[in-house]
Design a protein around this ligand. Structure first.
Ligand SMILES: *Cc1c(COP(=O)(O)O)cnc(C)c1O
Length: 342
């Protein structure tokens, strides 16, 4: 029996031996009292990584994003994001449930929006009939946009719009580590441009759980309270924080390998007759389309018969995500399998 090849997401990884050791050796305490040395160390590390004042450990990326939105907004206000945005599509409607906030959606390019679009989406502050615009949320890399990354100059232009209109700027950086590696950017530049940033430890970095929210004092004042309200105050969670810190320190460099494999998958797909289009690959996500939509079930069944799992994203969108546990042997088997479909 061949190993299953799971390409549905980069969240499916198992802790590596080094990470297991970090978990086993972690010193822990009660984090609700801020007495867990491993959590404190991780938070300090992430704050320094972005050059920001403070950071706070959350169980999930959704909770960290939701807390950030709560910190920036009041009920009845509005945030601006791309129509592909995770905060809008994949957090269970939490924006309205947790913060009483609505989303003004922009149709950007591959999940990325620009300064002109942002400025046009801001409601006039004195026109009390419309919700007050108070926050802009960007995603980098974009998930539904197929792992696309922003240039710093694009973000700078959006920052200027936010400054002019007194808006907060939050980064959903679930896969910011992928962007940093791909674009060779400095995390401190992101720390300067954003008010708050989330970074996921359980995606490409390979930890079992956890996301850290980083921000400056002014925005983080209520972060502990909001996390408590959302049910995210945890006790001896340093075991998991140690896994996250290990991922940041030792497994971030592996992302380059993930990106290389994704690029090779793109190349193979582009040579196949039954594929109509592949979104240009930048990081570890490959989004592609079949020529004949009606073939989708047959294609999925074919992959399943070969012990391969990928994601269907609706409207003919198929998604492959490379990760730490996707070995060279699996990679060759997957490419070979793709070439033989008819
Ligand atoms: C995965 C992800 C998150 C967080 O998801 P959780 O499953 O709640 O950890 C947030 N934003 C983006 C873009 C993601 O891909």
């Amino acid at each position: 029996m061949k190993n299953n090849i799971d390409l549905r997401s980069d969240t499916v990884t198992q802790p590596s031996p080094g990470m297991m050791e970090a978990i086993m050796n972690a010193k822990v305490g009660d984090d609700v009292y801020k007495e867990d040395p491993s959590v404190n160390e991780l938070e300090k590390y992430v704050a320094d990584f972005f050059g920001m004042d403070e950071a706070l450990y959350f169980p999930t990326g959704s909770m960290a994003n939701q807390a950030a939105i709560k910190l920036h907004t009041q009920p009845a206000e509005q945030l601006i994001c791309d129509h592909y945005g995770h905060v809008y599509n994949y957090e269970g409607g939490g924006v309205s449930f947790n913060s009483g906030v609505s989303c003004k959606l922009i149709e950007g390019f591959r999940g990325k929006i620009n300064a002109t679009q942002v400025e046009a989406a801001i409601n006039p502050p004195d026109f009390y009939h419309s919700p007050k615009t108070s926050l802009v949320c960007l995603e980098n890399t974009t998930n539904k946009g197929g792992g696309a990354c922003y240039e710093l100059s694009e973000i700078k232009a959006i920052r200027e719009v936010c400054n002019r209109h007194n808006l907060g700027l939050h980064l959903d950086g679930a896969r910011i580590a992928n962007a940093l590696v791909y674009k060779k950017q400095d995390p401190k530049d992101f720390g300067q441009l954003f008010d708050t940033i989330t970074i996921c430890l359980s995606k490409g970095l390979g930890a079992p759980m956890g996301t850290v929210l980083a921000g400056n004092k002014k925005h983080m004042q209520n972060a502990m309270r909001v996390r408590k309200v959302l049910g995210g105050g945890m006790r001896q969670v340093g075991f998991m924080a140690a896994a996250g810190l290990y991922g940041l320190k030792h497994q971030m460099k592996n992302l380059e390998t993930d990106h290389l494999k994704a690029k090779e998958i793109e190349k193979t797909l582009n040579q196949l007759d039954f594929i109509s289009k592949v979104d240009k690959v930048e990081t570890n996500i490959v989004i592609f389309y079949l020529k004949d939509n009606k073939q989708e079930n047959k294609f999925m069944k074919y992959l399943q018969d070969h012990a391969i799992q990928i994601s269907q994203m609706g409207e003919g969108k198929l998604r492959v995500v490379t990760h730490l546990d996707y070995t060279h042997e699996m990679h060759n088997r997957f490419l070979d399998c793709l070439s033989k479909f008819n």
